[in-house]
Design a protein around this ligand. Structure first.
Ligand code: ZN
Length: 170
């Protein structure tokens, strides 16, 4: 939950957003894409349920670009939406990265589960949370400012780098 400090801007209202930074709202068909965009460093809300009107309202009030697989939603008047023309999450990511010229910056990664910002933590900060073996093998960790999940560059990191590289390729 938010506590009002500068370093907790998990839901990233547009007033706190850096100049030119893109923020998205993904519809219920695009949950995995939303997770990848967060890893990519993009402030991305995911709407599991709710009608087109809700999505349109949030998009407008928070200046978020709608990502959707719904052609009707794209046609809706006055809405800033992008039709994601693929069903494969990794290819969807590539399309969005190219359409909006997104760059990957590791220090901007967000929590794939909740969109919270991640903060670097030292071993001693997470020793009570992370299993001993993991603690021994890693020096730095990331903690979500919103949900408290802890991440580290384990075996899945290679896979993340692959997906990121693929998304950035032509
Ligand atoms: Zn989180």
């Amino acid at each position: 939950m938010r506590d009002g400090r500068n370093d907790t801007e998990g839901t990233g209202r547009h007033g706190e957003r850096a100049e030119g930074e893109r923020a998205f709202i993904a519809d219920n068909m695009l949950g995995r894409l939303a997770g990848w965009l967060r890893i990519f460093g993009c402030d991305t809300l995911y709407v599991k349920s709710g009608d087109d009107g809700d999505i349109a309202r949030i998009s407008e009030s928070e200046k978020r670009i709608v990502l959707t697989r719904d052609k009707q939603l794209v046609k809706r008047r006055g809405i800033n939406a992008y039709y994601v023309d693929d069903i494969r999450p990794e290819e969807q990511l590539r399309l969005v990265v190219h359409r909006f010229n997104l760059r990957f910056e590791e220090e901007r990664m967000r929590c794939s589960q909740c969109n919270g910002t991640l903060h670097i933590k030292k071993r001693e900060d997470v020793s009570s949370i992370v299993p001993d073996g993991v603690l021994e093998r890693n020096e730095s960790f990331y903690m979500c400012s919103s949900c408290g999940r802890v991440y580290w560059k384990g075996s899945h990191w290679k896979r993340i780098r692959e997906v990121v590289e693929k998304a950035l390729s032509d």
